[in-house]
Design a protein around this ligand. Structure first.
Ligand SMILES: [Zn+2]
Length: 290
């Protein structure tokens, strides 16, 4: 979702003659982040691990598709409120304040947030939301699995063997083996390796590894708390706002895959050619003049 929205935000102008990104009501970087988060929430809310039969799976996917549509319609400033909140969940405690207000009966008017998108974005984003609501894709999400475990192993590997330094294959293999051991058994896993190597670990090795494990569990429990998650989201939002400000000031200074080998070699070769030709041309001009 995020990658696709970023690609769309690079387009110049929409049907209303205004640019896609850049200001309130448009597809800014913080708004892209919000839509990405809401899309994930919509899927997670409709996870159904018990859906086994074809009908149950189809119903669960339909609920997911409805929730995803709700994210788009609710986030766009559609004048007709009924149309805008038609896919939002009913009840007294849904995330949509319009539906919540209707259920409780307080008659508080629904107020637009500064990040809500201009009406023109409905037509603009429907094809992307439809593509990301395909049956085939959503069926894979029904179990509610995440990539967190993969990311966690990855971070352990790159902690041991940072990507910004050139390493040989042996170092990477050792880092991967050590990371997997830590992930599966914890810091105490190295006792087995030491035993195989006939290096007997003493009291302090055991005590140190036990301490490491306890610290890790304590950290994981703290990170799983709601306050911690909210604080982390706020920090992320603030970073995105700052990034958008710098981008508006300096333009694009980094892009995914913009510095990969092909691009880098291509540009350096071109640069070298032009460097070589300029002095020659200069010389020949000089000799002609002489
Ligand atoms: Zn709503």
């Amino acid at each position: 979702m995020g990658k696709n929205l970023i690609a769309l935000s690079g387009k110049s102008k929409l049907a209303d003659g205004k640019p896609v990104g850049g200001r309130a009501g448009r597809l800014t970087r913080p708004m892209i982040d919000k839509l990405q988060k809401y899309y994930g929430n919509a899927i997670r809310r409709c996870v159904d691990k018990k859906a086994k039969s074809k009908q149950e799976v189809e119903d669960a996917v339909k609920r997911m598709q409805c929730a995803i549509k709700g994210v788009l319609y609710h986030s766009v400033k559609i004048v007709d409120e009924k149309k805008r909140h038609q896919y939002c969940p009913h009840g007294e405690s849904p995330w949509c304040s319009f539906k919540r207000d209707k259920a409780v009966g307080t008659n508080t008017p629904f107020l637009d947030k500064s990040y809500h998108l201009d009406p023109v974005f409905l037509e603009f984003l429907i094809p992307l939301f439809d593509r990301l609501s395909e049956n085939k894709l959503l069926k894979r999400c029904l179990l509610g699995l995440s990539q967190n475990a993969n990311e966690s192993v990855n971070s352990l590997v790159w902690n041991r063997c940072p990507k910004h330094r050139n390493r040989g294959i042996k170092s990477v293999e050792t880092a991967a083996a050590s990371a997997i051991m830590q992930f599966n058994i914890g810091a105490a896993g190295r006792h087995g390796v030491m035993k195989e190597l006939e290096i007997s670990g003493g009291y302090y090795t055991k005590a140190g590894n036990g301490k490491k494990n306890k610290k890790r569990v304590k950290q994981a429990n703290a990170r799983a708390q709601r306050e911690f998650k909210e604080a982390r989201q706020k920090i992320r939002q603030a970073k995105l706002v700052e990034e958008a400000r710098l981008k508006a000031l300096e333009g694009v200074t980094y892009q995914s895959a913009a510095f990969n080998e092909d691009n880098f070699n291509g540009s350096s070769k071109r640069k070298r050619k032009t460097d070589k030709t300029t002095p020659k041309e200069g010389k020949s001009k000089q000799t002609r003049k002489e």
